[in-house]
Write a protein that binds this ligand. Structure first.
Ligand code: AMP
Ligand code: ZN
Length: 492
């Protein structure tokens, strides 16, 4: 095997607020930790946007020659899980493992690559207790009636990621009567057991971990004390990532991560999609209505750091665009099937689009720019199949082959165009037929009538049939491979 030298990639680091050159701690190997779902409900498409963004980051790093170790955890011990289990009457552990399975199904349905490790909090109690003990021993944490808190004032770097000022943060905050903590900003590393809640043995008695400590313990176990990329959406910067930094860096005296990447929110009608606001669209409900690749296309058509507004129209547009891509691929497949164009030159510069694609992705994973480069590539495919600027058929064939090879390369990065073109288009048509109540038997009958009219050179009759089909929302396409049909885009 030839060894690929990884290409230089720049990425925006929330810590420095600048784009930096990716220089992994171990050259050529990148450790990536992404904060995963809290498993008490189905994920929504806002969560899915963030996970898809990192899915593409990991895929692209691999494409560029890096060896990636990708860790995404499951938060399966949490107040919200306990509350949800209370409502369903299940044990919290049982409810959480149910949602872990649903998450895995959802991630697969959205064509996400599996992380190398997907650790669960419930399986890492010894590691969690160990790091809390280190923090207590070093004077960064204190025990209080079975709880353990991190003392924010003991960490002189606290809030360096969000650049907040401790005094501003504590304005108006008071330790409430009954609170075990010394200062309002202190946060729980360990919570004493309450009746009916899952709990584990610890040096401070029975209890369970606070939220933030799990990521410090699990990232250390799977990626080491300092790793390369840490990711999540913007809402995790404060307090979650800030607290992870405080815990890990106080325990080890080393940077937790070299690069911090944060995704912008998916918004619905101007507000962040979130369970607490109730404005969520579940991923699995969305995938009932829209193709998984179209949803990925929608996510990737905006740079991961920018906000993205969800609407049915935006999804329909994404699906229409995917249809265009797949129609192009089907035409090209038909043109290339079973032919050998021999070795020789190609027309123009077909590989320049792949170059543009890589340039965009090397620049902070600019998937929007990368998709722009694909427009050029598909445009050239269409030109070569519909109205080739040169007569030399083998030359055109070789050029189309080169373009199609590059589509395969980007396909593995974006998780798009992974399907067979004919199969994808048929699935889309079947869904549209169901949604629009189109009678397929009638369409087929009209199409045979048209074929007969054309064979009899009665072009007026053939045109009438085309018009009738159009009224029914059916569009027909005559290609080299014969006549095919699709459901026309809905009006309005
Ligand atoms: P949670 O299960 O709430 O911890 O969320 C899982 C991931 O989804 C975290 O990285 C969140 O930051 C992210 N997330 C939550 N809501 C949104 C949203 N509306 N848009 C993008 N990412 C989100
Ligand atoms: Zn985390």
């Amino acid at each position: 095997m030839t060894k690929v030298t990884p290409a230089p990639i720049r990425l925006f680091n929330t810590m420095s607020m600048q784009k930096e050159l990716l220089e992994p701690a171990v050259p050529g190997c990148v450790g990536v930790y992404v904060c995963g779902p809290t498993v008490y409900s189905y994920i929504h498409i806002g969560n899915a946007r963030t996970f898809t963004s990192f899915d593409v980051v990991v895929r692209y790093l691999r494409y560029r020659g890096y060896t990636v170790r990708y860790v995404r955890n499951f938060t399966d011990v949490d107040d919200k899980i306990i509350k949800a289990a209370h409502e369903t009457g299940e044990a919290p552990v049982a409810l959480a493992s149910r949602y872990v399975e649903y998450f895995r199904e959802d991630a697969k349905a959205l064509h996400m690559v599996e992380p190398d490790v997907a650790p669960k909090v419930s399986e890492h109690l010894p590691e969690i207790v160990r790091i809390i003990q280190t923090l207590v021993d070093k004077g960064f944490a204190y025990e209080s009636q079975g709880d353990v808190y991190f003392s924010v004032r003991a960490d002189k770097d606290y809030a360096k990621l969000s650049k907040r000022n401790l005094d501003d943060l504590s304005v108006g905050e008071r330790v409430q009567p009954g609170d075990q903590k010394r200062e309002p900003l202190d946060f729980a590393l360990w919570k004493a057991a309450k009746p009916g809640e899952p709990s584990w043995e610890s040096p401070w008695g029975l209890g369970r971990p606070g939220w933030h400590i799990e990521c410090s313990a699990m990232s250390e176990k799977y990626l080491g004390e300092t790793f390369d990329i840490h990711g999540g959406a913007l809402d995790l910067i404060f307090p979650h990532h800030e607290n992870e930094i405080a815990q890990s860096e106080s325990a080890h005296g080393k940077d937790l991560a070299k690069y911090w990447m944060h995704c912008g929110f998916l918004d619905l009608e101007g507000a962040k999609m979130s369970k607490s606001l109730g404005n969520v669209v579940r991923l699995r409900d969305a995938l009932e209505k829209v193709d998984a690749e179209a949803l990925r296309f929608f996510f990737l058509s905006t740079h991961y750091r920018h906000p993205l507004s969800f609407s049915d129209k935006a999804l329909a547009d994404a699906e229409a665009r995917m249809e265009y891509f797949y129609e192009t691929l089907r035409k090209v497949d038909e043109r290339l099937a079973g032919k050998d164009f021999g070795a020789g030159p190609v027309h123009g510069e077909p590989h320049r689009f792949l170059g543009e694609f890589e340039c965009a992705m090397d620049d902070d994973f600019n998937s929007a720019g990368a998709l722009g480069a694909l427009s050029g590539l598909f445009g050239m495919m269409n030109e070569l199949t519909d109205k080739p600027p040169v007569k030399d058929k083998p030359l055109v064939g070789r050029t189309l082959l080169a373009l199609r090879d590059d589509v395969r390369k980007v396909s593995g990065v974006l998780g798009l165009f992974e399907d067979d073109a004919g199969a994808w288009l048929l699935r889309r048509r079947e869904r549209a037929v169901r949604e629009r109540g189109i009678d397929v038997a009638e369409v087929e009958r009209l199409l045979s009538e048209r074929t007969a009219a054309r064979a009899a050179k009665d072009f007026a009759a053939a045109d009438r049939v085309r018009a009738t089909l159009k009224e029914k929302g059916v569009e027909i396409m005559d290609t080299a491979g014969g006549t095919s049909w699709k459901v026309a885009p809905a009006q309005g």
